[in-house]
Design a protein around this ligand. Structure first.
Ligand SMILES: [Zn+2]
Length: 222
């Protein structure tokens, strides 16, 4: 394993397993973004105490709203803080999750780190395309086919992404449209300056794409 990934976890067997499982993915993701090396390491802090995790997330209770049901991981200053698998699956929203989902969460975060490398302006990371490519490359198929159309405004997707319903499913479908209809080069160009994308256009094109997919499925049924 190259020194790109650093895991802090008391459970050495679990650590070894995660590192092994992330190794191939690391190459895959870096190949996708056409980068040879990362300018920083991917740091992961794994918690085996829920109290410690909640304290971290809420800044020792000063910002209690930051922790809510479903908070199992957070990224701060480039470090991923995540509950261990046991605590992760104890959370109501993640009770049906398994190790596979857990590792996909880490892959997702790793994609963000790689994505950052190709951004022309590192201060601008629009969530729509950022979450789209992370969910796609991490193989988070739980977001697939959850929606048959993008049913919100471009402004919602750009300015209120984290507040809207089906946000990750929308990001997943929009990125699916881009991945199937753009060359790899064009896709990388888009991802390097995601703020330049006309999101209104993207919604229309994705909806057309989803509709034609739907029609094909219908026809096959006949
Ligand atoms: Zn993300």
């Amino acid at each position: 394993m190259s020194g790109n990934i650093v895991l802090n976890c008391k459970d050495k067997v679990f650590t070894e397993k995660i590192l092994n499982d992330l190794e191939d993915f690391q190459k895959e993701a870096m190949n996708f973004f056409e980068i040879d090396k990362l300018s920083r390491t991917f740091n992961v802090q794994i918690y085996d105490s829920l109290t410690n995790f909640v304290n971290f997330v809420t800044f020792n209770g000063k910002e209690p709203k930051r922790y809510h049901d479903g908070t199992v991981a957070t990224t701060r200053n480039g470090v991923v803080h995540i509950l261990n698998l046991e605590l992760y699956t104890q959370d109501e929203r993640h009770k049906n999750n398994n190790y596979d989902d857990y590792i996909k969460t880490l892959k997702h975060e790793f994609v963000h780190i790689c994505h950052e490398e190709i951004l022309k302006d590192k201060n601008i990371m629009p969530p729509l395309l950022m979450e789209g490519i992370a969910t796609r490359l991490a193989g988070q198929t739980k977001y697939a086919n959850k929606v048959t159309e993008i049913n919100c405004s471009a402004d919602d997707l750009v300015f209120d992404f984290y507040k809207i319903k089906n946000n990750y499913a929308y990001a997943y479908e929009i990125m699916g449209y881009l991945m199937q209809n753009k060359s790899h080069n064009d896709l990388l160009k888009i991802l390097s300056e995601p703020q330049k994308e006309d999101v209104d256009r993207l919604i229309k094109d994705t909806n057309k794409f989803l509709k034609s997919k739907q029609n094909t499925i219908e026809k096959q049924k006949l």
